[in-house]
Design a protein around this ligand. Structure first.
Ligand code: ZN
Ligand code: ZN
Length: 325
């Protein structure tokens, strides 16, 4: 099968054998895959990963010997694969298993290929009402929804989202469904408009000095979400929340952050790290059709043109780039 291989900051288009299934696994034919900021970080060696990258996808089950009823079904998948044996897997959440592999990120090949092997227990069927170009967003959408699982967001909650990158936009559009008192702060008018058209209030501070939001926003928020992708974003979020408020950190920056700890202590803030979410919640959410994901897509490329697609995805300000099989 055709596959993309990342190694030593090089992209190779390779012809590799179709993977062999172990017990309780399925072979999935990948239809659409999305390139995400994590893939760019992998490429630059930040996760110490070598192999087939890619973790955002939708596809069709080609073979599943232990669960043949799945064959031919459209699926998405939870990307965290716990060992299934340890205490964390048995009693808490395999997403935090110390021995986990993560599809296309850690110890397991991903979806920038014609086929991918996934544990049966990670698969979720995509209902007919959800198109492939929506289903491919299941993983980042679940990550956005994770905030609503970690923090109680109600109609009266005042929420600020920092960053109008792909994840920031999704967080804003998702949390807008929980509260009308939400603002998205970004610097790209062409991206902010995507959220605006779906009822999100936005502030653009293009050309403004970095992280001087106090002039733009004088309000204090119950919850601020840092999705800036910048190590300085967290301090901005800290400045925006009220005493005893909450900051959710979505930014995975490989540069170290200098956190304004005094601000956190004096104002008794809650800082919450937030990674992946529950794919089932994302599928249910998509089924309700409350947000339109299509404007998030910038371009589609065939798998053969992966290098071009990846260059495009690395352009600053690009929306979602999809790989089609
Ligand atoms: Zn991702
Ligand atoms: Zn485990």
């Amino acid at each position: 099968m055709k596959a993309v291989v990342f190694e030593n900051q090089k992209i190779t288009m390779a012809d590799v054998p179709i993977p062999v299934l172990s017990k309780n696994e399925a072979l999935v034919k990948i239809h659409l895959a999305g390139i995400c900021a994590t893939d760019v970080a992998l490429f630059f060696g930040h996760h110490n990963f070598a192999g087939i990258p890619g973790h955002e996808f939708t596809g069709v089950v080609q073979s599943a010997p232990e669960q043949p009823d799945l064959e031919g079904r459209r699926v998405v998948a939870d990307i965290n694969c716990g060992c299934g044996q340890c205490d964390v897997c048995r009693t808490r959440d395999p997403r935090h298993c110390a021995n986990r592999s993560v599809v296309g990120i850690r110890g397991r090949n991903g979806v920038f290929a014609e086929f991918c092997v996934l544990p049966l227990s990670n698969l979720h069927i995509v209902p007919d009402g959800i198109g492939d170009k929506e289903a491919v967003f299941a993983e980042p959408l679940a990550a956005a929804l994770e905030i609503s699982r970690q923090v109680k967001v109600s109609e009266s909650s005042k929420v600020a989202i920092l960053g109008d990158g792909k994840l920031g936009l999704l967080c804003a559009m998702v949390l807008r469904q929980f509260t009308p008192n939400l603002i998205l702060i970004g610097r790209h008018p062409e991206k902010l408009i995507i959220a605006e058209l779906q009822g999100v209030r936005t502030i653009c501070r293009q050309g403004g000095r970095e992280y001087e939001t106090s002039n733009i926003v004088s309000e204090k928020f119950d919850l601020a979400v840092d999705a800036t992708g910048s190590p300085a974003g967290i301090n901005e979020a800290i400045r925006l929340v009220r005493p005893e408020g909450t900051v959710v950190i979505k930014t995975t920056s490989f540069e170290k952050s200098e956190i304004d700890l005094a601000g956190v202590v004096v104002n008794e803030l809650n800082l919450i790290g937030s990674r992946c979410g529950d794919i089932r919640l994302a599928v249910d959410f998509m089924e309700k059709k409350v947000i339109d994901l299509h404007p998030m897509i910038e371009a589609l490329y065939p798998l053969d043109s992966f290098e071009k697609a990846f260059e495009h995805a690395m352009r600053k300000g690009s929306r979602k780039i999809l790989i089609q099989n």
